[in-house]
Structures are given as C-alpha cells and as structure tokens.
Write a protein of this length. Structure first.
Length: 52
C-alpha cells in the first residue's frame, strides 16, 4: 500500500455490485459447464455401449 489516498481499491465490493458479473455472464458459464458435462455423459454412454 504505497498510495492509500488515490487508490481505487479502498474497500472491497462485491463483483455483482460493481456490475462486473452480470446474469448473462453467469448463464454463459453455466451453459458452458452443462455442455462439458453433457459431452462427458455422452462419451461414457458410448464407451459403455461399445465395450467388449
């Protein structure tokens, strides 16, 4: 803390309150995670069905 006077980060505020994290951002990441999980489930299903 060299310059406490002119720093923007005086007190921590929630990213939601700052407007950096929007509902769209959350929805996008949730969708992305869901797609990755769906691909994983499909791959395991395919591997199970094609086991020897």
């Amino acid at each position: 803390m060299a310059d406490p006077e002119g720093s923007d980060e005086a007190e921590y505020t929630d990213p939601f309150e700052r407007g950096e994290v929007t509902a769209g951002t959350v929805a996008l990441w949730m969708f992305l995670a869901l797609m990755i999980m769906a691909i994983g489930v499909a791959w395991f299903t395919w591997a199970y069905a094609n086991r020897r």
